[in-house]
Design a protein around this ligand. Structure first.
Ligand SMILES: [Fe+2]
Length: 127
């Protein structure tokens, strides 16, 4: 499980959206450190809540941008967003059922999702 490192390659060419993505990476990295260091459960739950709130805020902004620009693949893109928020919300709501290994597995999934989605899908919006 690796932390997310921002590279210019991730830039979608929009300062606001890039700023959102950097914040998502930061929140993810805080969760990564909490799981790796075995910190208190309360800390983890609080940061998962932050990820739920911030991802919803960010996706709303992106979805508005797509609507404003009549982006052709909006439905598919929104479905990807719902997939991410669904996983994070499930973790947030059912944390008591998750052990450390499950948290780790889910974080690996969320990290890969973020990298792939930002590097490939989000670039198409601005392009
Ligand atoms: Fe997106």
């Amino acid at each position: 499980m690796n932390k997310l490192q921002w590279h210019d390659d991730y830039s979608v060419g929009d300062e606001v959206i890039d700023g959102h993505h950097k914040t998502l990476f930061r929140i993810y990295n805080i969760l990564h450190d909490i799981v790796i260091n075995g910190s208190k459960i309360g800390t983890f739950v609080g940061v998962v809540g932050d990820l739920v709130c911030y991802s919803e805020y960010h996706f709303r902004a992106e979805e508005q941008l797509m609507k404003d620009n009549n982006y052709c693949n909006i439905e598919l893109h929104i479905a990807e967003h719902r997939c991410f928020t669904g996983k994070v919300t499930y973790l947030n709501d059912n944390f008591a059922d998750f052990n450390t290994g499950m948290c780790r597995d889910l974080l690996v999934y969320l990290g890969s999702w973020l990298k792939q989605h930002v590097a490939e899908e989000d670039k198409k919006i601005v392009a």
